[in-house]
Design a protein around this ligand. Structure first.
Ligand code: COA
Length: 382
């Protein structure tokens, strides 16, 4: 049976920083309140033209570049997102086209648990032998659906993207266990823009009126209840215990929730990765971005046993026990690798252009436009 291994990872966060003091000029809040209640100091906000698609493309390219992988070999792209550019086409399809991948692509909606849900799907497809290479992206432009007049929610969220590139390998390791859960009865506690309504179908929804709406205390209680438990169940499935954890990478929603999960697990905070102060809650992007930064800071090392736990809208929760790869990427970053990545990028652009021109030609042919007769050019013999 093949195992699914992480071969590359990448992240993208917009350069535009929004500090707590900036927010205090927009709504009735203070830097002290936000830091004390959430642990957040600042967050990144997508600039003009930056969306879940563009950020996801950047993170995906970085993950492929690290592994020196050819995007043309990627057989599956999953984008976990609650903020797709459009309901359809899927964000994953836009990423597939931009990077030059060839296989299937779809979006997955499981709120802030989405990245772990997507990892479970992609890794199981690899382990089943159906595919050999997959790209999993968590990407969010939450600033597009935040009500910037609501102090109870607007201080919490930020934008960004992270991606893992997975490959099949006969060597045991990779994803050791997953635990997925949901409780739709609590769905109303954390909701996003309205597209339809279970009871009264909306014929022409006004998406511009849809914002994140949340009952903060209830979500807090739910999160502290499920995080530790989900981690324990996933560890049990992997045949491991809390003592085996080298690094715990929780969804970054609130520092107090993270500390409560660590207390539940009796895990010292030295084994818990936290970067919420920089980015706030970036939903499906938070765990891959945290993993990337944990590696950059030397906190996540080759062969470490990592437990990732997410929770969020749905309500959903998810945990994964992962053996971090022994070798990061196939090769160290080198000039030839950069040149290869550049050439692969050019090929993706040309492929996309060829397909687009193909669609336009098909449309013209379908429209039955008269095709200009070929001019009678003089042949050399004539
Ligand atoms: N600035 C200042 N005061 C604020 C505020 C803000 N940004 N937001 C709320 N308040 C006020 C409230 O109005 C309330 O005032 P009152 O006591 O006069 O009524 C007071 O602060 C306490 O509000 P409360 O909602 O009880 O605060 P809290 O300690 O529960 O913290 C959250 C609020 C949102 C930070 C916390 O509930 C939380 O993190 N919940 C989970 C959210 C989450 O993780 N969501 C994403 C899931 S993926």
């Amino acid at each position: 049976m093949p195992y699914a291994h992480i071969r590359g990872w990448g992240k993208y966060v917009p350069p535009n920083v929004l500090t707590n003091d900036d927010l205090a000029r927009m709504v009735d809040t203070t830097d002290e309140w936000i830091r004390a209640r959430t642990g957040i100091a600042e967050r990144r906000i997508a600039g003009p033209g930056e969306t879940a698609v563009t950020m996801g493309i950047n993170a995906a390219r970085e993950a492929l570049h690290m592994a020196d992988a050819d995007p043309a070999d990627v057989e599956l792209v999953i984008a976990a997102t609650a903020t797709p550019d459009r309901i359809f086409p899927a964000t994953a399809c836009m990423i597939q086209d931009a990077i030059g991948a060839q296989g299937g692509a779809f979006d997955l909606s499981a709120g802030c648990s989405g990245f772990i849900y997507a990892l479970s799907v992609a890794s199981k497809m690899i382990e089943a032998g159906q595919i050999k290479r997959a790209l999993v992206v968590g990407t969010e432009a939450l600033s597009h659906i935040v009500d910037w007049k609501d102090r109870a929610t607007c201080v919490l969220f930020g934008d960004g993207a992270g991606a893992f590139y997975l490959e099949a390998d006969e060597e045991p390791g990779g994803f050791l266990a997953f635990e997925l859960g949901s409780d739709g009865s609590g769905g109303h506690l954390l909701t996003g823009p309205v597209v339809g309504n279970s009871y009264e179908p909306v014929v022409a929804p006004d998406l511009s009126k849809g914002y994140i709406s949340m009952q903060g205390r209830a979500v807090y209680r739910f999160a502290t209840r499920v995080m530790g438990r989900a981690a324990e169940r996933a560890l049990r499935r992997a045949g491991l215990s809390v003592e085996d954890i080298d690094l715990f990478v929780p969804h970054q929603a609130n520092l107090r929730i993270i500390e409560s999960a660590a207390r539940h697990l009796k895990l010292p905070m030295e084994k818990v990765y936290v970067n919420i102060h920089r980015y706030g809650n970036t939903s499906a992007a938070s765990i891959p971005v945290a993993c990337c930064e944990a590696v950059e800071e030397g906190r996540l090392k080759p062969n470490d046993t990592v437990v990732m736990v997410g929770f969020g809208a749905g309500l959903t929760w998810a945990a994964a026990v992962v053996q971090w790869p022994k070798e990061p990427g196939r090769r160290a970053r080198s000039k030839p690798q950069s040149a290869r990545s550049w050439l692969r990028g050019q090929r993706a652009r040309l492929l996309s252009m060829r397909h687009r021109v193909g669609h336009q030609v098909d449309e013209l042919l379908e429209a039955g436009l008269p095709i200009p007769p070929r001019s009678k050019s003089k042949t050399p013999s004539g």
